[in-house]
Design a protein around this ligand. Structure first.
Ligand code: FRU
Length: 478
């Protein structure tokens, strides 16, 4: 097994790897202690951003940024997943492969849009020269109905806009009133983060720079990654990752936040949000980043998040894999607040009610704490490791503590997270546990706390105090 991941190894062309590398990782993973039951996880190696989330040819499509040869960031491809129900996913393996002139050092993040009988993919080609200087290209590719890829060898956007640095990536393609648009995350030469808007009459170009997306007057850190504009009941929501954003602008606990802003309306002539809200955290937990959303043809606004963070290592690295995705979530807006809820199709996972203290590693716990009381749920293992969820319905606070939940990691960023809701009201939670990942949906998805845990234990037990709750076993899909 490789213990020192040099730059050379990370960027070794795929053809130069022997099959044994993947065989060895698969063997390790087959003995894994921390694999998941019903969350999307990489077959081997590292998974990061969701890409190309779309509905095409009668199926849901989703790709993951993947480095298959080890649990590190290296030469990335898009690995293809399809689903009939947004819950059960089939992994078809790496599909959009790096290594051509326009994507020599990685097929980086992007999005997809169906056009006639094909799916158009727009992505960032990470290109580096001999001096290791980046030359980001915005590239295109077509997926046909047989799930075959054909890349477009000439970049759609050859270089960053004047005044911007080589941090220029993650195109989101959009269609409105007969025209195509794309949003690109960018870092200006003055080290500020922005979202740039391009427009084209045809997806293959020419793509023309329009302006910066206007959604705030405040400084968005030094770089914005993974911008996504979606519409919820006609209202614009920008989901994005403002790296280095000041704590005064967005109080956040993780190394990098995943944020959102809602507008009252969107002006397509000036690319501005009308009456934007303040910038908010999408998730109050430990590990969410790079969420990708899109407006599905069935009218729903769907999103899926990477549960993992850049520049962070995870205990599962020793097993040859890293990271996973959230459940697919449906977005809605109520009282100017964004709600995220696992799509209704997740009910298909429900197997049977659990009446014992011991629960399955794949369990959904639905709990309620009455107004002006406090309650607690503790998930324990046979080694007394514990994940605590303290619910204070007097002050409207939900505190999640993973301090003693197993092997600690990313602890420089703290081991507790707090969510706030209205004081003096009932609080309800739906906690999805899947061995080493948990997603806690509070008050119907008004707040979400997501995170990983890496216990030594294999058996899980629930203890509770002053909560009424129900536990159901979720069936395995992998
Ligand atoms: C975010 C990100 C993107 C980039 C991709 C590379 O996690 O850094 O900006 O396109 O990952 O894998």
């Amino acid at each position: 097994m490789i213990t020192k991941w040099t730059t050379e190894l990370r960027y070794l062309p795929y053809n130069d790897w022997s099959d044994n590398q993947i065989i060895a990782i698969k063997k390790k993973i087959s003995l894994s202690h921390w694999r998941l039951g019903y969350h999307i996880q990489p077959t081997t190696g590292l998974l990061n951003d969701p890409n190309g989330f779309s509905y095409f040819n009668g199926q849901w499509h989703l790709f993951y940024q993947s480095f298959p040869y080890g649990p590190v960031h290296g030469l990335k491809n898009w690995t293809h997943l399809t689903s009939n129900d947004l819950v059960h996913w089939q992994d078809h393996g790496p599909l959009l492969l790096p290594g051509d002139k326009q994507d020599s050092h990685g097929a980086y993040s992007g999005s997809a849009i169906p056009i006639d009988n094909k799916l158009f993919l727009m992505y960032t080609g990470n290109v580096r020269d001999k001096q290791w200087v980046r030359h980001p290209k915005q590239d295109g590719a077509w997926l046909n109905c047989d799930n075959q890829i054909q890349k477009i060898s000439t970049p759609l956007i050859e270089q960053p806009q004047k005044g911007f640095t080589d941090h220029f990536r993650d195109p989101q393609i959009l269609y409105n009133a007969g025209k195509y648009y794309c949003l690109i995350g960018a870092r200006k030469k003055d080290n500020t983060g922005h979202v740039l808007v391009y427009q084209a009459d045809s997806v293959t170009g020419p793509w023309k720079y329009q302006t910066e997306l206007k959604f705030t007057d405040q400084k968005m850190g030094y770089m914005i990654e993974c911008p996504n504009l979606v519409f919820v009941d006609g209202r614009p929501v920008l989901i994005f990752c403002p790296q280095g954003i000041h704590q005064n602008v967005l109080k956040h606990a993780n190394i990098y936040p995943n944020a959102y802003v809602i507008g009252k309306d969107f002006d397509w002539d000036t690319f501005s949000f009308v009456e934007p809200t303040e910038i908010r955290n999408l998730d109050d937990g430990f590990d969410v980043y790079a969420t990708e959303g899109f407006n599905a043809p069935d009218g729903r606004t769907l999103a899926v998040s990477w549960i993992g963070l850049p520049d962070t290592t995870y205990p599962s690295d020793v097993e040859g894999w890293a990271n996973c995705y959230s459940l697919v979530k449906e977005l809605s807006i109520k009282d100017n607040q964004l709600y995220q809820k696992p799509v209704v199709e997740n009910n298909r996972l429900v197997d049977e009610e659990i009446n014992s203290k011991e629960i399955a590693p794949q369990t959904k716990i639905s709990a309620k704490v009455k107004a002006n009381t406090s309650g607690e749920i503790v998930i324990k293992t046979e080694f007394d490791e514990e994940l605590q969820v303290a619910i204070d319905a007097t002050n409207g606070k939900i505190l999640v503590d993973r301090t003693n939940a197993g092997i600690s990691f990313a602890k420089d960023y703290g081991t507790t997270r707090l969510s706030k809701v209205d004081a003096g009201k009932d609080i309800s939670i739906d906690l999805y546990l899947d061995n080493t990942v948990f997603e806690i949906y509070i008050n119907g998805g008004l707040r979400v706390i997501t995170g990983r845990i890496f216990p030594k234990g294999k058996r899980f037990f629930v203890e509770s105090d002053n909560v009424s709750f129900q536990k159901v076993k979720l069936d395995k899909i992998y």
